[in-house]
Structures are given as C-alpha cells and as structure tokens.
Design a protein. Structure first.
Length: 210
C-alpha cells in the first residue's frame, strides 16, 4: 500500500497573495467590530449613590420628664377594687348556716279575774223609762247598768241566768227595785243579754265583784 504524501499548495502569483491579504484584513476588521458591538450592548454601570438619612435635631432645652402620677394612663386607669377573700365568704356562709334561736316574745300580761266579794240569788226585772238615776246620771236603757237597794254606786255585779248560762256584768248607778223578791232592776239592754224581754223578770244568780 503506497503512502500518501500531503501536498502543500503554493501561491506564487501576485493576485493570490493580494487575495489572501484582503481576507486576513477583513477577518481582523470583522473581529474588532464584533467586539465593539458586544461591548456597546452591555448597559453602563450606574454609579453608587450613598443615601443619607435626615438627622434628628437635638432639643434646644431639656423638657421636664413627666412623672408617673401625671401620666394620662395612670390617671385614667381605675383603681383595683378589693375583692372579698374566700375566707370571709366561708365565714359568712357558716354564720348563716347556724341555727337561729327565736327571740323571746314579750310575755302577755295575765289579767287577773275580778274577786267575788258577795254572791246570792234573787229575782231580776228591767226598766226602760227615761229618767234621772239615783247617782245623778241620765238613765240610758241601752247601757249595761242596774239598780240595787244598798250596793255602792259604780259597783260591778255579774248577773247569770241559770236557765241558759248567759251572764252580763252591770254597773250599779240607781236604787231599786221596790218589789218583794227582787233585788236587781236591770236596764233593758242588760236584761235582753241574758233573757227575752217578753218574760218581764227571771230568777238570776249574782256575784258582787271587788
């Protein structure tokens, strides 16, 4: 196998040399123009600007610092209210749970019954005519009064009808009756309390009260 030999083509003519030089110049000029275009396409770098902050002017005169008591927050804030402690609540609840004793009620005054100084039985009648009584009073047939021959005026006498058990207390303010077998002459109202007035007279039991 025969070896191949590289052959170098030589340009000996002046036209070939001129053409070769022109190509070299064109390549050189084209590379320079491309480099310039690439460089001009990049944006120019912006210069760095130092930003300065406005300085706060110092106060000319020192203002007095407000005290804590004069601050609006301190004056407007309500003072805390005292809350009852749980111990006090438990004490109050315990005191309410204690059994309460009833307060002593005032004792009612006992009224003593009038004392009987004399008693007996006799007939009793009534009268209803308006006239003056023996002690100087105007007779009132509707008042609980009676006449007796000897008992002192204003003496109280309890008169009881044994037939029905009804009784009445009369005051002596007159004298009478002057009929045998009768010792009391009652007012109409007093007689009607123990018996019917249609009877005229009844046997009664009397008690002189002291």
């Amino acid at each position: 196998m025969a070896a191949r030999h590289l052959r170098t083509r030589k340009f000996s003519s002046p036209a070939a040399i001129a053409a070769t030089a022109a190509v070299g110049v064109a390549l050189a000029v084209g590379g320079t123009v491309g480099a310039v275009r690439l460089t001009s396409a990049e944006p120019p770098a912006e210069p760095a600007v130092a930003e300065t902050l406005p300085s706060t002017p110092a106060p000319t005169s020192a203002a007095p610092s407000p005290s804590v008591s004069a601050s609006p927050g301190a004056s407007l804030s309500p003072s805390p209210k005292a809350t009852p402690s749980p111990k006090a609540s438990r004490t109050q609840a315990a005191s309410r749970s204690k059994a309460r004793t009833a307060s002593p009620s005032p004792t009612a005054k006992k009224t003593s019954s009038p004392k009987v100084v004399d008693s007996g039985s006799c007939g009793a009648s009534f009268y209803a005519e308006g006239q003056m009584t023996a002690n100087g009073e105007t007779f009132n047939p509707n008042a609980l009064t009676a006449a007796h021959k000897t008992l002192p005026f204003n003496t109280k006498v309890r008169v009881t009808n044994p037939d029905n058990g009804k009784s009445v207390v009369v005051r002596i303010n007159d004298r009478g009756p002057f009929i045998d077998g009768r010792c009391l002459d009652l007012s109409r109202a007093a007689f009607a309390t123990i018996a019917a007035t249609s009877l005229g007279h009844v046997n009664v039991r009397y008690e002189v009260l002291g």
